[in-house]
Design a protein around this ligand. Structure first.
Ligand code: AHM
Ligand code: MG
Length: 334
């Protein structure tokens, strides 16, 4: 008989037994609940035109929220109701989000991109929810303040993503490795399917929006050219794989090995090169997972997890992946 599958709650209990804060374990379980609902709505997204979902008017003539705003609200309501955070920040909300009265007693703030890659919904490509958790700096008993959020990624207590793909997966780190869970849609439970994920030291996949190559600096262009050149180095020529959904692109590369690049670019002469992805909602959580799986993450010159944010919404360049590919990338930038 097959061994009993380990559910997310069993796994969290196991972590608590070896020192994980039970409040953090509870918070992670609280994040999973709304994401299971988001997964169900994402599955129904193709029915929008005929049933009147997301961003349209439904059969009752009511405005229906776009799926990304709907997802945002689901997560906020769930964490408020559970009282498991003392503050939240979301890619969808300009301002920091206040906790419930119970949440003021929590030690944790959560940051999230509720539905990343949402432009891919219309074409049935995987999208995801990305989250990051920090322990507050100040004492309990009040709402978190901005400083509680503006910590370097190395201080993350936990981070992960939900991938809404051919199955729904949760990939998670509490700073002690990376584990992957697959949602069993029948029971609604996340079951440990990818324990102890280690990314290959070298991979032959590169992922970037090459249409932006004209905006990159020469060192980056030359590096990407070298990946396509059979004589460009070990593992060449690489395969290009990019769907434009960070969760999907990151997840594939995490399992198969390779490098993902969203480099800084400038679209006008004289403009300061800038990245697109958000440090706190996208780069930090993925960087923690990449490092915990044996890879690394950089903004082109600095380790992502060492960047000290000045705003919750700030953007960054993001290059991350397998350790050997990243070492080669870094050498190409000198
Ligand atoms: P979003 O947060 O507005 O969805 O944008 C983030 C997405 C990422 O999922 C993806 O890596 C990137 O944007 C793709 O950008 P581009 O279309 O410029 O290649
Ligand atoms: Mg996003």
């Amino acid at each position: 008989m097959a061994e009993q599958a380990i559910s997310l709650s069993d796994w969290l209990e196991g972590r608590v037994a070896v020192g994980l804060d039970p409040a953090l374990a509870g918070l992670l379980a609280d994040i999973a609940r709304p994401c299971t609902k988001i997964a169900a709505e994402v599955n129904r997204a193709g029915l929008a035109d005929i049933l009147g979902l997301s961003g349209t008017t439904n059969v009752h003539g009511e405005e229906v929220k776009k799926l990304d705003l709907y997802s945002d609200q689901l997560i906020i309501d769930a964490l408020r109701q559970a009282g498991s955070v003392c503050g939240m920040a979301s890619e969808e909300d300009e301002e920091i989000i206040a906790p419930s009265a119970a949440g003021e007693q929590s030690d944790y703030v959560a940051l999230f991109d509720p539905l990343d890659g949402s432009s891919n919904i219309d074409v049935n490509i995987s999208i995801g929810t990305i989250f990051s958790v920090f322990r507050r700096l100040g004492p309990r008993g009040s709402a978190a303040v901005l400083e509680d959020f503006l910590q370097p990624g190395s201080a993350q207590a936990a981070a992960g993503y939900f991938a809404y793909g051919s199955s729904t997966m949760l990939v998670l780190s509490t700073g002690d490795g990376v584990d992957g869970f697959t949602l069993d849609p029948r029971s609604g439970e996340y079951l440990l399917s990818h324990p102890g994920i280690i990314t290959p030291a070298r991979g032959s996949i590169y992922s970037c929006n090459e249409g932006n190559a004209w905006t990159w600096d020469k060192a980056t262009r030359d590096y990407v050219d070298s990946l396509k050149d059979p004589a460009g180095g070990e593992g060449r020529p690489c395969s290009g794989r990019y769907v434009g959904s960070l969760v999907a692109d990151f997840h594939r590369n995490l399992l198969k090995g390779g490098i993902f690049l969203y480099p800084a670019g400038s679209k006008k002469p004289g403009d300061k090169p800038a990245g697109k992805l958000r440090l706190m909602y996208e780069a930090n959580p993925m960087a923690l997972l990449a490092e915990q799986a044996g890879g690394s993450a950089s903004d082109g010159s600095t380790r992502i997890l060492d960047l000290v944010p000045s705003s919750v919404h700030q953007r960054t360049a993001l290059i991350l992946g397998s350790s050997d590919n990243m070492a080669e990338y870094r050498a190409s930038q000198k």
